[in-house]
Design a protein around this ligand. Structure first.
Ligand code: NAI
Ligand code: 1HS
Length: 255
C-alpha cells in the first residue's frame, strides 16, 4: 500500500506499545494522522514523540478505555488536535489466565471490561461524528482465542468471542451509514508484553512446543504483520469489506 490513509484521522486504543504502536506507525506511514489513547502516560508521550520524529501528525491522550468519561474526553482531545476521526482501532486489551474453576472473579471482570466494554465505549465515543459525516472504519481486535479454546484462558477467550459478536453486530447496524466495522484475529505475537505474559504463563517445554506446533507457518507473528492488515481494513481499498474476521495467524485456525 502507498499513502492509502492520507485522508484519515485514526485513533488507536492501547496504541502506546506492542501491536497498537506498530499499527500506529504503519497508519502514519500510509499518511494518516494518528491519535494514541492509552492508559500509560509515559508510553503515550514516548509513542507520540516517536511518531512525530518520523514525520507523522500525531496526538496522544491518556485514558482507561473502561471509563466512559475519560474515553469521551480523550477522543475529544484528539479530535481537537487532529480533526474529525475517520478510523478507530480497538486494540487495547489485557491477558488473563485461569480456567473457569480457578479464575479470580476480579481478573475475569477486568479482562472483560478492557476488551469488551472498552471496545463498546471507544466506539460509542467516535460513532456520533462518523454517523454525522456518514464515513468511518472501525477495526476491532479479536484473536485466535475468539475462535478456538485456548487452555487456561477462560476470560480472555470469552472476551474475544464477545468482540467477534459485537463486530458483526456493529457491521450490521452501521454499514448503511457509510461506516465499516471489521475485526482482525491475530495468532500469538510473542514479542509484545502480552506475548511475553502468554509464553511465561506456562514455560514447560511440552506446552511451549505444543503451542508453536499449532502454527503451520512454524513461527509466531510480528506486531507489524498485524498492523499491515489493520491499515488495509481502515483504507478505501477495503471498501467492500464489512463485518469480516481477518485471521492473521500463520494458519493456526486453518488446521
Ligand atoms: P500489549 O500488552 O503489548 O499492549 C497493550 C497496550 O494496551 C499497552 O500499551 C497497554 O498500556 C494498553 N492498555 C491496556 N489496558 C488498557 C486500558 N484499560 N485502557 C487503555 N489502554 C490499555 O498487548 P499486545 O500484544 O500489543 O496486544 C494488543 C491487542 O492484540 C490486544 O487486544 C490483544 O488481545 C490482541 N492480541 C494479541 C496477541 C499476542 O499474542 N500478543 C494475539 C492475538 C491478539
Ligand atoms: C494472547 C493471544 O490472543 C493469543 S492466544 C493463542 C495462544 S496459542 O495459540 O499460542 O496457544
Amino acid at each position: 500500500m502507498t499513502n492509502q490513509l492520507h485522508d484519515e484521522v485514526v485513533i488507536i486504543t492501547g496504541g502506546a506499545a506492542g501491536i497498537g504502536l506498530a499499527t500506529a506507525r504503519i497508519c502514519a506511514r500510509e499518511g494518516a494522522s494518528v491519535g494514541v489513547i492509552d492508559v500509560n502516560p509515559a508510553k503515550v508521550r514516548e509513542a507520540v514523540q516517536t511518531l512525530e520524529a518520523n514525520g507523522a501528525r500525531a496526538a496522544g491522550a491518556v485514558a482507561d478505555v473502561t471509563n466512559a468519561e475519560t474515553v469521551q474526553s480523550a477522543v475529544a482531545e484528539i479530535e481537537a488536535a487532529l480533526g474529525p476521526i475517520t478510523g478507530l482501532v480497538n486494540n487495547a486489551g489485557i491477558a488473563g489466565f485461569g480456567a473457569v474453576h480457578d479464575a479470580r472473579p476480579s481478573d475475569w471482570d477486568r479482562v472483560m471490561a478492557v476488551k469488551v466494554t472498552g471496545t463498546y465505549l471507544a466506539s460509542k465515543a467516535v460513532l456520533p461524528g462518523m454517523l454525522a459525516r456518514r464515513r468511518g472504519a472501525i477495526v476491532n481486535f479479536g484473536s485466535v482465542a475468539g475462535m478456538a479454546g485456548i487452555p487456561n484462558m477462560a476470560a480472555y477467550c470469552a472476551a474475544k468471542g464477545a468482540v467477534i459478536g459485537l463486530t458483526r453486530q456493529m457491521a450490521a447496524d452501521y454499514a448503511k451509514n457509510g461506516i465499516r466495522v471489521n475485526a482482525v484475529c491475530p495468532g500469538t505475537v510473542a514479542s509484545t508484553e502480552m506475548g511475553a505474559q502468554l509464553l511465561g504463563s506456562d514455560t514447560s517445554p511440552e506446552v511451549q512446543a505444543r503451542r508453536l506446533a499449532k502454527y503451520p507457518i512454524g513461527r509466531f507473528g510480528e506486531p507489524q504483520e498485524i498492523g499491515e492488515v489493520v491499515a488495509f481494513l481502515l483504507s478505501p481499498q477495503a471498501a467492500f469489506v464489512v463485518g469480516a474476521l481477518y485471521s492473521v495467524d500463520g494458519g493456526m485456525t486453518a488446521i
